[in-house]
Design a protein around this ligand. Structure first.
Ligand SMILES: Nc1ncnc2c1ncn2[C@@H]1O[C@H](COP(=O)(O)OP(=O)(O)OP(=O)(O)O)[C@@H](O)[C@H]1O
Length: 443
């Protein structure tokens, strides 16, 4: 029935369907008998009419070759028809056939091979064969947007018909590489390991995609390391959902965190209209980040984050902390270009790939100072405005305890100074010689 066909169609286009329309257009494919005279049109967002889908029309005869030549065709659903015979030669353009339930009735013809017509005719009716056409067909001409990821990611990734995204966890696979490449993309920022984009997929899903640079490890090693990262599951971590690896492109797919990073909330938009982070929020973020890092450390003595800093503490809409970017330092070569991570780095760390758990704790201590002072620990040599945060804190409170060290935004809240100064219970902090850094953990 048409209702069933609609359900099948919706399921099979996996969210790509913008609208569909059953009209009573006569079907005119040579060699195809159509008993219901109905044609389903499929429109995809921004792509116009893509093709007519013979869903549930009780078509019989061979599948019209024209279907396989349609540009931008992603999936072809032949559900509830009575097609038989060979899949047309042009099917060799297709790199993947999925859910080919009716293998008896529909035969994939290898080039030059004769087709056994009778085999097809005698078999049971086709149930739900679905053909996918990934690769350049789908990402081509009208499909790609100039601001899309496909304009950024190298061709090789686009045309790789075999490789696809590798997903972690029990989450059902909701999109594939082609979906990702067609997504509209916005640069979120450039970091040590590459550039991160906000990618909005046509089906409405939003993800953060990190395009890694300078990956020196082999595919096998990359996979092993990403498997470890992908297995980390904690409410204070940004989950790595999947990755893509090819010779030219390495992509990581994370959940997108709509509030951005602690760094941008603390230091961005200092002008009018800024929403200051109050002490409750800051201490809650510190606690959440500590829990995320402690979880990583609990996974084994050799497992550390390696890059704890405020741009890697992302926030949910409820201002809960999610730690991001763990396990990436070991993918790169030994040469690490100096960057603002240095402001967080424990003095004993000489190789960015070898950061101990203790060094993570040092970086976390710097993060706490950043939360308390509102100052970013950028490296003075690289950035004139940068400060060596522990040294600055020491210089301010060397003689006498003074509230000057705190972020002015925090001091606007009357009770906060007392809150911050009353407690010395910060056993986690391994920063040496920093007097009177006080923080009360929320109860
Ligand atoms: N999952 C995400 N959701 C929202 N924003 C993100 C996400 N991941 C990263 N960002 C933001 O994108 C920007 C770039 O991030 P990226 O991780 O590439 O660099 P970084 O954190 O500045 O440096 P590094 O590479 O050393 O960690 C940062 O502002 C970061 O907060």
């Amino acid at each position: 029935s048409d209702r069933e066909a609609m359900v099948a169609l919706r399921e099979n286009v996996r969210g790509r369907l913008l609208y569909w329309n059953i009209s009573s257009n006569p079907c005119n494919w040579t060699g195809v008998t159509c008993s219901s005279n109905r044609v389903v049109e499929l429109r995809l967002p921004g792509m116009g009419l893509l093709g007519q889908l013979p869903v549930g029309n009780r078509f019989s005869g061979e599948i019209p070759a024209v279907l396989f030549t349609l540009k931008n065709l992603i999936r072809l659903n032949l559900a509830n028809n009575n097609f038989s015979g060979p899949i047309p030669d042009s099917v060799s353009n297709l790199t993947r056939l999925v859910e080919w339930f009716d293998s008896k009735r529909l035969i994939k013809r290898k080039s030059g091979e004769k087709v056994d017509e009778t085999r097809g005719r005698d078999a049971a009716p086709a149930q739900q064969p679905v053909v996918e056409i990934p690769g350049d067909n789908a990402a081509g001409e009208s499909g790609s947007r100039s601001s899309g990821l496909s304009g950024v990611v190298k061709k090789e990734a686009k045309s790789s018909g075999v490789k696809n995204l590798v997903f972690f966890g029990k989450v059902s696979r909701v999109f594939d590489l082609e979906d990702l490449l067609r997504a509209s993309a916005e640069v979120l920022g450039k970091g040590t390991f590459g550039t991160t984009y906000k990618a909005t997929l046509e089906m409405g899903v939003v993800v953060a995609v990190k395009r890694l640079k300078d990956v020196t490890v082999s595919e096998k090693e990359f996979k092993e390391k990403m498997d470890v990262v992908g297995a980390m599951e904690h409410q204070n971590l940004v989950p790595l959902r999947g990755y893509y690896f090819s010779a030219d492109e390495k992509l990581l797919v994370y959940d997108y965190m709509p509030m951005g990073s602690l760094s941008s909330l603390l230091h961005g938009n200092r002008g009018a209209g800024r929403t200051p982070l109050n002490w409750d929020t800051r201490s809650g973020v510190a606690l959440g980040a500590a829990r995320g890092i402690a979880y990583l450390h609990s996974k084994g003595p050799e497992i550390s984050h390696g890059n704890v800093k405020s741009s890697n503490i992302l926030l949910t809409t409820l201002y809960e902390a999610r730690v991001s970017d763990f396990g990436l330092a070991q993918l790169a070569g030994p040469t690490s270009t100096p960057n603002r991570v240095d402001g967080y780095r424990a003095p004993e760390v000489t190789d960015a790939r070898k950061v101990s758990q203790k060094a993570d704790v040092y970086s976390f201590g710097i993060l706490l100072l950043e939360l308390l002072t509102g100052k970013a620990p950028t490296h003075a040599l690289l950035n004139e405005e940068g400060i060596d945060l522990p040294r600055w804190v020491q210089s301010i409170v060397r003689e006498d305890w003074t509230a000057e060290v705190f972020d002015l935004e925090l001091l606007r809240y009357q009770t906060v100074e007392e809150d911050m100064s009353n407690s010395y219970s910060l056993p986690l902090i391994a920063l040496s010689n920093i007097p009177k850094i006080v923080l009360r953990w929320p109860r």
